[in-house]
Write a protein of this length. Structure first.
Length: 132
């Protein structure tokens, strides 16, 4: 299953945003804390529980140009990859979005598609606000 979040403009250059996202501890600032608990992180990975009791773990998986790659850790309920796209529009303006690619069966897709898309759009919006 592939999901693509909304594109947002972030008032910062892509390099600084990429540096921010490459530190997994910073992801806490992008999550809806009313729906997340037990956030634990270091520079290269993080984990947290989401509403419903699911544990999600993310591991930094490198970068390429203006893309940041994350992948699911062993605590996640299914394997997935996240790609954060950063397109520099000007020196202090970047357009970005999150793409999710997960190995999800049809039943699980019905349960997780809407909440995941909502989460990615929330995270993108928070990233924009972080730099405003």
């Amino acid at each position: 299953m592939i999901l693509t979040g909304d594109k947002v403009n972030v008032p910062e250059n892509a390099g600084k945003i990429k540096d921010f996202l490459m530190n997994s501890s910073n992801l806490e600032h992008l999550l809806p804390m009313d729906k997340v608990r037990d956030f634990i992180s270091d520079e290269t990975s993080c984990s947290f529980k989401v509403q419903g009791g699911f544990m999600i773990s993310l591991i930094q998986d490198g970068s390429d140009g203006n893309k940041v790659f994350l992948k699911s850790g062993e605590k996640s309920p299914f394997p997935f990859k996240l790609i954060i796209f950063l397109e520099e529009i000007s020196e202090n303006e970047t357009k970005g979005h999150i793409e999710f690619d997960g190995e999800v069966n049809a039943f699980l897709k019905l349960m997780v598609e809407k909440p995941l898309l909502s989460l990615f759009n929330y995270m993108s919006s928070k990233l924009s606000k972080h730099y405003s």
